[in-house]
Design a protein around this ligand. Structure first.
Ligand code: SAH
Ligand code: SF4
Ligand code: F3S
Length: 451
């Protein structure tokens, strides 16, 4: 088989796209290699959410370019959100590229590779697919790898929210949902091949089912449907938008045992003027009310979030509102970002009045606060037995396995190496907290397990 080397940046949508590309390439005679030197094909699946993400990609290509000079038969392609955003322009910067494919051209990857091999004319395929529905055709036959204990399933693509800072609506196009039956069929196949946890994916995952489906199914109904498939021990979804959290979704958290008690719910800011400028469509109070409702229905629920500091015009007092909201909610973890102006987005036209060093100082403040809250929240689990789905061998020295608790904390633990394997759900006694991670010791099989 020929060898493909793949590098993936960005969110889980990109990770899922890379898995799909690996599968499609496998059926065109390519096996994945971790050694870039021996590759016949190099693919970089890119992200353009912040400027830093872009810079990383350009510096990576700086390193890859000489490989192409030494091996003219090597095929090199750039896929993902930067491809969609920049298109042809990238060819001017990197004329050695053979193809540039946007996220909607993933299915055409084998055709792009074939073309590159037959004629050395680079192609740029960045048109959005015009189909009403979003479908991922099943590929017959064995894939290159079995799914891990936790498997992603795309359920909705694109985003129609147009937050004023965000490139996703431009890079991933309009929101489209997959038919529920197609999703159930994929989940059944994954479970048959060893998956125990299903993570439903979408940039705006809980906007699922709003329109365009031949057989309309609401997001919460889909959750009941997936949880009802035999073998699905755990169910999660990401990323949600506060505006699309319904009463029915809150009830689903309460009523579906397999639906884990964790919700990633980006808030971005704790200040109403900034939220309005961001076009998030809700106030800080509305977000806090939603959190209060979730916590009253599902007392064990853990929350995590995304926050942007230094949005154009954000004053010191407005930034304080974000700190206050973080304290009030008590997120277990957060992804924290300094605002980065992006092409095509309305916020890029706003006056970027927050100096870089103020942004950096604010970022450090939210990081410090989050670390304190994480430590305090983790304390509630310390010394206790928690249920862990083993995802694999621990990378950390001194621990044998790693996995997650329902509330999404990562756990590295020792013990049980002769009897356990990935996919088992076990009891672990927590002994130490390191960031958003526990260290612990195997404390026995959990029920239900391995049925
Ligand atoms: N769909 C998700 C998140 C998408 S991108 C949602 O709606 O919440 C992931 C995170 O990157 C965002 O939540 C936001 O916090 C951050 N982000 C997006 N654009 C950004 C920008 N221009 N500058 C800084 N952070 C940004
Ligand atoms: Fe971007 Fe907003 Fe859509 Fe999230 S909801 S992907 S932040 S536009
Ligand atoms: Fe990045 Fe595209 Fe995801 S911009 S965050 S890879 S949707």
């Amino acid at each position: 088989m020929k060898q493909v080397y793949m590098d993936t940046f960005g969110c889980q949508m990109n990770v899922a796209d890379s898995d799909r590309m690996e599968l499609l390439l496998f059926h065109s005679g390519y096996a994945r290699t971790a050694n870039v030197e021996e590759a016949d094909l190099i693919l970089v699946n890119t992200c353009s959410i912040r400027e830093k993400a872009e810079q990383k990609i350009f510096s990576l290509f700086g390193n890859l370019k000489p490989l192409k000079r030494n091996n003219p038969g090597l095929v090199m392609g750039l896929t993902g959100c930067l491809a969609q955003q920049e298109g042809e322009v990238l060819l001017k910067k990197m004329p050695y590229l053979d193809f540039i494919l946007g996220p909607d051209a993933v299915e055409r990857l084998p055709a792009a590779v074939e073309r590159a091999l037959s004629c050395r004319e680079p192609v740029v395929w960045t048109g959005f697919d015009r189909a009403k529905n979003y479908a991922i055709p099943e590929v017959e036959g064995e894939g290159p790898v079995n799914p891990g204990p936790s498997a992603f399933v795309n359920i909705v693509k694109g985003c129609d929210k147009f937050c004023s800072f965000c490139v996703v609506p431009f890079t991933r196009g309009r929101e489209k949902s997959r038919e529920a039956e197609e999703i159930y069929a994929e989940v059944r196949r994954l479970v048959a091949r060893g998956a125990r946890e299903i993570v439903l994916l979408g940039q705006n995952v809980n906007a699922y089912g709003k329109r365009g489906l031949d057989k309309p199914v609401a997001f919460h109904e889909l959750l009941y449907g997936v949880a009802g498939i035999p073998g699905v021990k755990r169910l999660r979804f990401t990323t949600s938008h506060p505006r699309d959290v319904t009463r029915d979704l809150v009830r689903a958290f309460r009523d579906i045992d397999a639906l884990m008690d964790h919700l990633h719910l980006p808030v971005q800011s704790g200040n109403d003027r900034i939220l309005d400028l961001m076009r998030r469509g809700h106030t800080a109070r509305e977000y806090l009310d939603l959190v209060a409702e979730l916590k009253s229905e599902v007392p064990d629920i853990a929350l995590s979030t995304d926050i942007i500091v230094g949005f154009p015009g954000e004053t010191a007092a407005e930034f304080e509102d974000t700190l206050e909201l973080m304290e009030r909610v008590g997120f277990d973890s957060s992804y924290l970002f300094a605002y980065s102006p992006r092409p095509n987005t309305p916020a890029a036209e706003f006056e970027d009045s927050v100096p870089e060093e103020t942004k950096r100082a604010r970022l450090q403040k939210v990081i410090d606060l989050q670390n304190r809250i994480t430590l305090a929240n983790g304390g509630k689990f310390l010394g206790r037995e928690v249920d862990v789905l083993i995802e694999g061998r621990a990378a950390r020295h001194g621990a044998h396995f790693k996995g997650r608790v329902p509330q999404y904390w990562l756990v590295n633990f020792s013990g049980g190496e002769d009897v356990l394997r990935p996919g088992d759900i076990v009891k672990v006694k927590t002994e130490e907290i390191l960031g958003h991670v526990f260290k612990g010791r195997y404390a026995g099989q959990s029920t239900p397990n391995r049925q």
